[in-house]
Design a protein around this ligand. Structure first.
Ligand code: C5P
Length: 218
């Protein structure tokens, strides 16, 4: 029963994560960062010397992922990798392994297990289309490529990392192209999703809009 599921999909750096987490907090719902599972799969494969293109082997890695989400910490085989999986290289690896059907299949049930009786806000690319097709509320969060690149740039600078706006723009572009063009579960707005265009919207306004839609739905 997906009556207590809010599915939030959208391209990279659209602000999904921040918005989804706040909505979950306000409603007292659990939160699923599905992108983290693809990032964890890419990181675990790298650690095990498995090539991101080896579908069978990467799917095996995904099936065996030993992961725990504990507050802000993300434990992979007991080591906190919350920061490590945010590296741009791992984001790129995540979008490569995410294009492999066997990997997506291996992670499907694991994602559904995040649904609890209290409700769930799930963010990703195929939350409303594949993982929670009967979600009560589906939102497609978008923002212009330029705004998204600037957001990612500020995020990296804020973490004290080096960042190059032109490189980030190119990287987001290639990741989005891959996410939109892949054969399985491509990134796309489903017909029953509400579009939230956030280029000129702050986080608080986006959260308030989703909470309004949720009130209307229930
Ligand atoms: O959302 P995030 O940028 O952390 O996701 C990393 C990558 O994982 C995305 O670029 C996308 O290729 C993949 N992904 C996916 N399906 C999801 C979530 C993420 O294919 N539901």
């Amino acid at each position: 029963n997906q009556d207590l599921v809010i599915a939030i999909d959208g391209p990279s750096a659209s602000g999904k994560g921040t918005v989804a987490q706040l909505v979950a907090e306000r409603l007292g719902f659990a939160y699923l960062d599905s992108g983290a599972l693809y990032r964890l799969t890419a990181l675990a494969a790298l650690q095990q010397g498995v090539a991101w293109t080896d579908e069978v082997a990467v799917a095996q890695v995904a099936t065996e992922l030993d992961v725990a989400f504990v507050g802000e910490r993300i434990l992979l085989a007991s080591a906190d990798v919350a920061l490590a999986i945010r590296a741009e290289e791992i984001g790129s690896g995540a979008s490569q392994v995410a294009a492999l059907p066997m990997v997506r299949a291996a992670l499907l049930q694991r994602q559904r297990e995040f649904l609890t009786a209290q409700g769930l806000v799930a963010d990703g690319r195929d939350m409303g289309s594949v993982v929670f097709p009967s979600a009560k509320l589906k939102v497609f969060l978008s923002a212009s490529a330029q705004v998204r690149a600037e957001r990612r740039y500020k995020q990296l600078i804020g973490r004290g990392e080096e960042a190059d706006l032109a490189l980030i723009t190119a990287d987001l572009q290639s990741r989005d192209d891959r996410d939109r063009q892949r054969a399985v579960a491509p990134l796309a707005q489903s017909a029953d999703a509400f579009l939230l265009e956030t280029s000129n919207m702050n986080v608080e306004t986006a959260v308030a809009q989703i909470l309004d839609w949720w009130q209307l739905k229930r």
